[in-house]
Structure formats: C-alpha cells, structure tokens
Design a protein around this ligand. Structure first.
Ligand code: SAM
Length: 197
C-alpha cells in the first residue's frame, strides 16, 4: 500500500468505527505498546480536537477522570470534560490543576500548531509544545505516571531527549504505523519520574 492509500485506509476505518479522527489509531498503537490506559486513572489529553484520543481513552477508562484541552471547541463525548483554551497560557495550567486537585496519572499531548509550509519552522513550533508539556509533567505527574507526547524529528530533538532523560527514568520513542511515513512526527513515551527533580 502506498502512503496515500494507507492514510485513506485509516480515514475510512475511523469513519466505520466511529472515531472522530484517524489519530485515534495512533493512541491505540501507543497503548498497545506501552499499556498506560488503565481504568480509574486521571488523564489529561492536550491538543485533543476533534477528540479521537479522548474516545480511545474513554473506552479504557470507565471510572476515573478525563480532561481534554484544545484551542478549538470540541463536541462533547460522554465521560470526558473539555476545556477550550490555549495550554501555553499560565491560567490554563492553573485550571487543569484545580480540576484534578491532585497529581495526574497520564498526560497525553498530540498538540501541533497550524502548519506554515516551512518544515523547519513547523518542527521548531511543534517541539516547543513538547518541551512545555515535559516541564508541566515534571511538576504535576504522579511519580509512577506516564507522559506521551508528539514531537518532530529535527530541530530541538536532542533538547527534548536531554530534558526527558533529566526528568524521567525511562524514555522511549515510537512512531505508530498509522502515522504518515513521510511525516517527521513521532512520539515520546516517558515514565517513572526521577526522584531528584
Ligand atoms: C493533531 S491535532 C490532535 C488530534 C487529536 N489527538 C485527536 O485524536 O483527535 C492537534 C491539535 O493541537 C491543538 N493545539 C495546538 N496548539 C495548542 C495549544 N497551545 N493549546 C491547546 N491546543 C493546541 C490544535 O488546535 C489541534 O487541534
């Protein structure tokens, strides 16, 4: 299958299976590899529009808390709370902390800015979001919590890797097969916060 047919395949599959986006399959693959979606957990999904990842999370988390955040308005999903806000703003982070009231078990970020067509700039802007979520996770995750974040291979990749290694005992990179082959997108999975931070 060529890359285009492959994407069409996931697009059609999402329509048939009732997912709001084909991105849903990326989270399914990530969870099949790392097993972080568990019933009863507190989960934050940042950059969640149109809601595919929240749908996948909700299937696994019947009891627990799921909070989705995006700049864009998201149609409701039963069992998921949404906030329409810019995650980079300090006040949004405060709202998140007030909502969960204690540490979070899993933080997901599929955040991506609107593409400009300038590959280098798009890479820098996406990776800035990844660096931001790494800092937020360090402060708010449970010691045994998990962070999964999108990033782009390119500028700032080494910076992300260094920071992640500073904060977490275990880090892995994984590109789901449902992520376009030609895209520089990949995901970092971080677990077990270091004690000394
Ligand atoms: C690839 S989409 C996410 C798809 C989603 N995971 C799903 O399964 O449907 C990336 C999203 O990140 C959001 N985003 C980008 N920057 C953001 C920010 N600073 N705060 C909140 N959301 C942001 C965009 O609005 C966009 O909807």
């Amino acid at each position: 299958m060529d890359s285009k047919s492959y994407q069409d395949h996931f697009f059609k599959k999402a329509k048939i299976e009732g997912y709001k986006s084909r991105s849903a399959y990326k989270l399914i693959e990530l969870n099949e590899k790392f097993h972080f979606l568990k019933n009863g957990i507190k989960l934050l999904d940042v950059g969640s529009f149109p809601g595919g990842w929240c749908q996948v999370a909700r299937k696994k988390i019947k009891k627990g808390m799921i909070l989705g955040i995006d700049i864009k308005k998201i149609d409701s999903i039963e069992g998921v709370k949404f906030i329409e806000a810019d995650f980079l703003e300090h006040n949004t982070k405060k709202i998140v902390l007030d909502y969960f009231k204690s540490n979070i078990d899993v933080i997901l970020s599929d955040m991506a800015p609107n593409t400009t067509g300038n590959k280098s700039l798009d890479c820098i802007r996406t990776n800035e979001l990844c660096l931001d979520i790494l800092d937020f996770s360090k402060k708010t995750l449970n010691k045994n919590g998990t962070l999964v974040s999108k990033l782009f291979m390119g500028e700032d990749f080494e910076k992300i890797k260094t920071k992640a290694k500073q904060y977490f005992k275990k880090i892995d990179f994984f590109k789901p097969s449902s992520s376009r082959g030609e895209s520089r997108e990949t995901y970092i999975h971080c677990s077990r916060l270091c004690n000394n931070i």
